[in-house]
Design a protein around this ligand. Structure first.
Ligand SMILES: Nc1ncnc2c1ncn2[C@@H]1O[C@H](COP(=O)(O)OP(=O)(O)OP(=O)(O)O)[C@@H](O)[C@H]1O
Length: 260
């Protein structure tokens, strides 16, 4: 078992001193090489949960383990990709991808070879000498993906990585991420607001509910991937997830239903 959360609780204290339960007694197991998507209404604790798994924060109670070891801080083998790309603007595209490899102490020639190979993999080999400001949002996110994958991490955390992108780029990058996942098989935890994206990418979709943040439902998506978004099977999963999502919303809004 790759990632395991047992009775995880996370409390925050607001500026006014009130205590907020962001996550309550949450149990979850994610297998090695799985692709799991986290969805749920705003404020249900998705980012809090992924931050705990990535070691950016510690639970108030309960345990978070990866490969049987408690997570006590960030690990170079467990990499996070953020929505805002996090590229160094003063470095070239190649320089951005090289940075982590050099920091790891990899031999220069080997690092360059690997960085170029990953840039080719995301279709940006020709832009190795460009700077981030010369690229579109989708291209920047592909650099961030190449940079993360070049480290060949065993776990990849992605927090709404495509949220800022247009629909067309988003669909393309979904296919790219799936292809790269099939090739390298890292364990992927992917936060999204987009239920279709979650079904398309995730072998399992974890639906969370707020107040307090918890797992409301885990849906196993048994489709060959990449799957056909227009198929009846996809529509069936979609209906099931949307129905659950409405239930969670209704609960969160005090029994008042509204559409998304
Ligand atoms: N550092 C913090 N201090 C105080 N409260 C926090 C902190 N981080 C998160 N929270 C609170 O914890 C709850 C969960 O936040 P979180 O960002 O994990 O939700 P989310 O599901 O990722 O939301 P969104 O979909 O809007 O990004 C929210 O009520 C938020 O206000």
């Amino acid at each position: 078992m790759k990632i395991r959360l047992d009775s995880v609780e996370k409390r925050f204290r607001s500026a006014r001193g009130d205590e907020l339960v962001a996550l309550s007694r949450l149990d979850l197991e994610i297998g090695a090489g799985e692709f799991v998507c986290l969805v749920g209404p705003s404020g249900c604790g998705k980012t809090t949960l992924i931050n705990l798994m990535a070691g950016f924060d510690r639970p108030t109670a309960g345990t978070v383990q990866i490969d049987g070891h408690p997570v006590t801080g960030p690990d170079p083998d467990h990499i996070m990709i953020f929505q805002d790309y996090g590229l160094y603007p003063w470095k070239t595209v190649l320089g951005n991808v090289l940075f982590g490899l050099q920091a790891k102490g990899m031999k220069e020639s080997e690092a360059r070879e690997r960085a170029n190979a990953y840039l080719d993999l995301v279709g940006l080999g020709r832009f190795a000498g460009s700077h981030p400001h010369e690229l579109s949002g989708g291209m920047k996110q592909r650099v961030a993906i190449a940079r993360a994958l070049a480290m060949e991490p065993s776990v990849l955390f992605m927090d709404e990585p495509f949220a800022a992108l247009d629909a067309f780029t988003r669909l393309r990058l979904q296919d790219e991420v799936l292809r790269l996942w099939e090739e390298k098989r890292p364990t992927v935890v992917f936060v999204t607001h987009d239920l279709d994206e979650a079904i398309y990418l995730g072998g399992r979709v974890v639906l969370m509910a707020p107040d307090p943040g918890r797992v409301s439902k885990v849906l196993t998506v048994d489709l060959p991937r990449p799957c056909d978004r227009t198929s009846d099977a996809f529509a069936t999963y979609r209906r099931e997830l949307f129905e659950e999502f409405h239930l969670v919303h209704r609960e969160a809004a005090g029994e008042v239903a509204y559409s998304i």
